[in-house]
Design a protein around this ligand. Structure first.
Ligand SMILES: Cc1ncc(C[n+]2csc(CCOP(=O)(O)OP(=O)(O)O)c2C)c(N)n1
Length: 576
């Protein structure tokens, strides 16, 4: 039996046994015993400057590694500040464990100082949550929390710990096994359905692979590549799946959806078999659902049975871990490969010719100007410097979409963004988490001038821990994505989108103890980015881009994905 310890030390013991070596948090009244125990513990606590950012940083850590990220907050306002991050992790299926302090057990329900019903508030935005009732329960609860967060479809789990539980004395009892009646993880996939899927794939004339964040969560990139190569099929990866198939793979088309490429969306629309892997048929991908992939038989592989048929009823549903399913499916495909007939060969050749033609017809073309920095130019320069190797986190808005279009990722866990929730303020704290997870990596935090101003307090965290993050602000002077919608759909009545009074970036960076610079000339872009990367410490680069550029292609809300607006309306020539 272990030595006598208080609940705070026991919690740290649990975290250490789960392999946690670093977590993100902010202290307060009821977590005082926990922070006291941390004082001389080897686990590293990273003090962020706002609890929301503790959650985002834990997500950045988890997204960059696949490990469970951990964050911590005090009761009441500390816990409620975590909520956006929890929803974000829930939407994107990111494994995190959030620990919150709670008022002492005997005060619960008395409207005590800094009491909030954290359990109730977070019930709908966590995969599971706990209120720890006694110290004896603590190890079981914490180990279960890690198991639930990381197994099946990953997600956030919250553990609310009353102050008296932190203070109570007891012995850590190892948890031998975790049995959770009612929590079933289906991993293997149904053998018969896997065979049906293989048959459908071989019969297809126009197969198309639609791969998402589930591939990254399951570490199934190798299996995805194998599938694509066995079939010789074109493949797209969603915003959440970028990097799941290397961008330089010959079968990779690009990203589909609202701001996806013409070729990706046309491929989705005209395929006859759609192979959907670890995706959830999100509305930003499908556009008008009734018109989505109208000619396709759909094979849908997902670990979460609730996703199957949620938005599109599949012809072949397979519930399972996409890595395990693909391993078996690839084997069946290899065993059942039919004799290649002339008909099959020419059908496949014709399909690829169409894909290539769509790519050539409307490529995601570089946009560069001599007089002003175009946003796309900025993304292309970041792409050039990264060479597919850097971690790029983004905030939410136009810059996020341009980054997704123009920065190429050759491996998973390099592109980190808030996909489902679209939470502004995500980029910088996520970069902090990612840089702690991968100190060996060049990390860009690519943010808009709006989102950046939501996360400015974290500049102190960057400085305090000497994180060499390259913060690049795509500064268009507007809440760009909202301005774009106002321009296109609200008669250009720009309402509450202008961001004036932006701070002097050189002074702002200097105030936090590092270097910063503003540029606005195209010729300055490449050298300034290089200078930022060469700097051993953090760097804040404010890139003033053309303010009125819009992201294209664009599928207007409610449109089918083949009804893309490909570019700005051309001015009509007025006869003289
Ligand atoms: C927390 C939050 N509030 C509001 C929004 C709505 N929203 C989506 S994009 C956007 C504009 C973002 O502006 P900026 O950060 O400057 O990026 P840009 O679009 O210009 O690249 C807004 C306000 C959001 N996504 N998240």
């Amino acid at each position: 039996m272990s030595s006598l310890m208080n609940g705070a030390k026991m919690l740290l013991e649990c975290l250490a046994r789960e392999g946690v070596d670093c977590f993100f948090g902010y202290p307060g009244g009821v977590t005082l015993p926990f922070y006291d125990a941390l004082y001389d513990h080897h686990i590293r606590h990273v003090l962020v400057r706002h609890e929301e950012n503790a959650c985002f940083a834990a997500e950045g850590f988890a997204r960059a590694t696949g490990k469970v990220g951990v964050c911590c907050a005090t009761s009441g306002p500390g816990a409620t500040n975590l909520v956006t991050g929890l929803v974000d992790a829930m939407m994107d299926s990111i494994p995190i464990v959030a620990i919150t302090g709670q008022v002492s057990s005997k005060l619960i329900g008395s409207d005590a100082f800094q009491e909030a019903d954290t359990f109730g508030i977070t019930r709908s935005c966590t995969k599971h949550n706990y209120l720890v009732k006694s110290l004896e329960d603590l190890p079981q609860v914490v180990h279960e929390a890690f198991y639930i967060a990381s197994s099946g479809r990953p997600g956030p789990v919250l553990v609310d710990v009353p102050k008296d539980v932190f203070q109570a004395q007891g012995h850590y009892a190892p948890v031998a096994a975790i049995h959770l009646p009612g929590y079933k993880v289906f991993t293997e996939g149904h053998t018969g359905q896997i065979r049906r899927a293989a048959q459908l794939m071989w019969e297809a004339e126009r197969p198309f692979v639609y791969a998402g964040g589930g591939i990254i969560a399951a570490n199934a990139s190798d299996e995805l590549r194998e599938l694509v190569e066995i079939l010789g099929a074109p493949a797209v990866t969603t915003l959440m799946g970028l990097g799941a198939l290397p961008a330089n793979h010959p079968n990779f088309v690009s990203m589909p959806g609202m701001h996806g490429s013409y070729a990706a969306n046309m491929g989705m629309t005209h395929c006859d078999v759609l192979i959907a892997l670890g995706v959830r048929f999100d509305d930003r991908v499908t556009g008008r659902l009734a018109a989505f992939a109208p000619h396709a038989k759909v094979i849908h592989v997902d670990i979460d049975p609730a996703e199957i048929g949620k938005n599109r009823a599949p012809d072949v549903p397979i519930v399972g871990d996409v890595k395990r399913v693909l391993t078996r499916l690839n084997k069946v495909l290899a065993e059942t490969r039919p004799e290649r007939t002339q008909r099959m060969a020419s059908a496949r050749q014709a399909w690829w010719s169409r894909i290539r033609a769509w790519k050539a017809e409307h490529p995601l073309a570089p946009v560069v100007s001599d007089s002003e920095i175009k946003p796309q130019h900025l993304m292309m320069e970041i792409d050039r410097l990264s060479g597919g190797e850097a971690i790029v986190t983004s905030d939410v808005g136009q810059h996020q979409m341009w980054a997704a279009q123009f920065v190429r990722f050759n491996a998973p866990r390099h592109w980190i963004n808030s996909g489902g929730l679209g939470a502004m303020g995500f980029g910088l704290p996520a970069a902090i988490g990612a840089q702690f997870a991968r100190p060996d990596k060049l990390v860009f935090a690519l943010v808009g001038d709006g989102g950046f101003q939501m996360s400015i307090p974290e500049l102190a965290t960057v400085t305090g821990y000497g994180l060499p993050i390259k913060i690049v602000i795509m500064n268009n002077g507007y809440l760009g994505m909202v301005r774009q919608w106002q321009e296109l759909f609200y008669n250009n009545r720009l309402s509450a989108v202008e961001l004036d009074s932006f701070p002097d970036v050189e002074k702002l960076a200097a105030a936090y103890g590092f270097r910063g610079r503003t540029i606005d000339k195209p010729g300055e872009l490449a050298p300034a980015l290089k200078e930022a990367v060469r700097e051993p410490g953090p760097y804040l680069l404010n890139v003033k881009v053309s303010p009125y550029e819009n992201v294209y292609p664009m599928v207007p809300a409610g449109g089918a994905i083949n009804e893309m607006v490909l570019g700005p309306p051309q001015p009509v020539a007025v006869p003289k």
